[in-house]
Design a protein around this ligand. Structure first.
Ligand code: MSP
Length: 507
């Protein structure tokens, strides 16, 4: 059976990871983990984009070979994946042989088919954007800041005849309006395609850039970094071997909005189509994390260090925050206050305190064993109905990439468990000698445990460690699939509870 194949963008190896990179990995991981919970077999790829001028320059500045430089940066991104508990199956680096081989194979194929030609071009080149720019890109007669230094140069290069596929692409996008999620971004692409498409310059002369994959048909040139990087999505999964069919086409390429147009929505579909390879099913385009309104980026020095946050608050708290705070597709502003608000509020008060209260009372009143739930009155029925409603809604939200809403639903339920505990007040019932009160006390503890079990299962894609810990502490089995055990009342009676634990210590 074909696997559910999901990828992140591959990160430029010219600087350290920041919140934007970390978010994309967590988002993709949440999709991968939730699909596994839905019973799908998932293949999850991430990696590094290691060629190009910026990397060459950064290495030169440090007086080291580019590969030494990218080895070091790749180490940091690798560590980021581990620290964030990312469940990727593979980590591709564009400097690997397996990748170079496929890039060269595709180039040769296109060259042989007459899809690539050589021509001379005079134009303005931006080193920072690593591309030729046009007069129309000027803002108020000046090259915008993001282009860095712009020089006029004359150069022979190789071009990919992508313009001949413009009509095909427009037709394809119109026939597949859900190719891009969120759907409204399609309009942007169609708007872009109203202008005639130029052929794509896919080479850089080695005198200007040596750090790249040599063109197989002309060693005086290396491959343009986008033409190289995009191919990672197929080179990593055995393009040209029978195993390729088990994985390709990708179900989702998860990318930020800055690289949707033109690389992922124009170059990539056309490259694949020209090579006779099936297109990915969807692009999932997320927004930007900003700091006081400005995009977080290495070049402006405005960044949040995700590893530092993870060290202070734990991977799951970080994962919770970014997924809860950002609506997939839109931008979000980061601030430590917002983070602390959610950490102390939802995580610490609503979830953490609920668990420690249960474990505390379980130890004092029930020999740390989940008692029987023997009564079912209005508060019990309300709690159960709350679960059924919340989970139905959260499950749908998981399906539709509305992860912030899924978390909101699950935390509404967690708040419901807290309200239930307040209504039943087992700490008061414990003082009574009446056997009916004893039954209510026991039922309350049992339902708190059951509620926490279900909430932990529902939270698992976002907070895998916290989820496992809670299940362990309430004496429940771990689950790796959302099956009938997501139904209310899979009784925990007799299960051993753990010692009182603080899940989210006060900072
Ligand atoms: N190397 C290219 C991608 C090649 S994919 C074949 C690249 N690298 S990047 O390091 O600049 O960005 C990697 C991913 O991180 C992109 O999807 C980008 O949109 C995302 N983010 C970088 N900064 C971001 C924010 N401030 N916020 C959210 N994500 C952003 O582009």
């Amino acid at each position: 059976m074909k696997k559910f194949y999901i990828t992140t963008a591959i990160d430029y190896a010219n600087g350290l990871p920041h919140l934007g990179h970390a978010y994309e990995k967590v988002l993709t991981d949440v999709i991968a983990r939730s699909r596994r919970m839905m019973g799908e077999e998932v293949y999850f790829l991430t990696g590094m984009d290691e060629h190009g001028q910026k990397v060459q320059q950064s290495a030169r500045r440090e007086g080291i070979e580019p590969i030494e430089f990218t080895n070091r940066i790749a180490g940091h991104f690798h560590a980021l994946c581990e620290d964030l508990n990312i469940s990727n199956d593979d980590f591709i680096r564009t400097t690997e042989d397996r990748h170079r081989k496929v890039v060269q194979e595709l180039l040769q194929k296109l060259y042989d088919a007459g899809e690539i030609y050589e021509a001379e071009y005079t134009g303005f080149y931006s080193t920072r954007a690593e591309q030729f720019v046009l007069e129309k890109d000027k803002v108020n007669g000046e090259w915008p800041e993001e282009f860095g230094e712009v020089q006029e140069i004359k150069e022979r290069n190789y071009y990919f005849r992508q313009s001949r596929y413009q009509d095909w692409l427009i037709q394809f996008l119109k026939e597949n309006p859900d190719f891009i999620y969120p759907r409204y971004r399609l309009k942007q692409v169609l708007e872009f395609l109203k202008e005639p498409l130029n052929d794509l310059c896919i080479s850089r002369p080695v005198e200007r850039l040596s750090w790249g994959i040599p063109l197989p048909f002309d060693p005086n040139f290396v491959t343009y970094v986008w033409f190289d990087a995009l191919v990672n999505y197929i080179s990593a999964v055995g393009y040209g071997t029978p195993q390729f069919e088990d994985v390709w086409p990708a179900d989702y390429h998860v990318i930020g909005k800055d690289i949707m147009l033109p690389p992922h929505s124009v170059y990539w579909p056309i490259m694949l189509h020209a090579c006779g390879i099936a297109l990915p099913k969807h692009l999932l385009v997320h927004g930007w994390w900003t700091l006081s309104g400005a995009k977080m980026s290495k070049s402006t020095g405005k960044v949040v260090d995700p590893l530092e946050m993870v060290q202070r608050f734990g991977a799951d708290s970080f994962r919770y925050f970014v997924i809860r705070e950002m609506t997939v597709g839109q931008d979000s502003d980061f601030s430590e206050d917002l983070f602390l608000g959610r950490y102390n509020g939802e995580l610490g008060n609503d979830l953490g305190n609920l668990l420690s209260r249960l474990l505390n009372m379980g130890g004092r009143y029930a020999d740390a064993t989940v008692p029987a739930a023997s009564i079912s009155e209005e508060p019990e029925i309300t709690l159960r109905e709350n679960w059924e409603k919340s989970w139905k809604s959260a499950r749908e939200a998981y399906d539709n990439f509305l992860f912030h809403a899924a978390l909101e639903d699950i935390f509404n339920f967690i708040k419901g468990i807290n309200r239930y505990a307040e209504v039943r007040a087992p700490w008061k019932l414990a003082k009574s000698e009446d056997p009916a009160d004893r039954k209510t006390l026991e039922t309350t503890l049992a339902l708190m445990a059951e509620g926490l079990r279900l909430a932990a299962c529902a939270l698992r894609p976002v907070m895998p460690e916290v989820s496992a810990k809670i299940l362990d502490l309430v004496g429940a089995d771990q689950i790796d699939i959302w099956d009938e055990r997501m139904e209310w009342g899979s009784s925990l009676e007799g299960a051993k509870m753990g010692e009182k634990t603080i899940l989210f210590p006060r900072p």
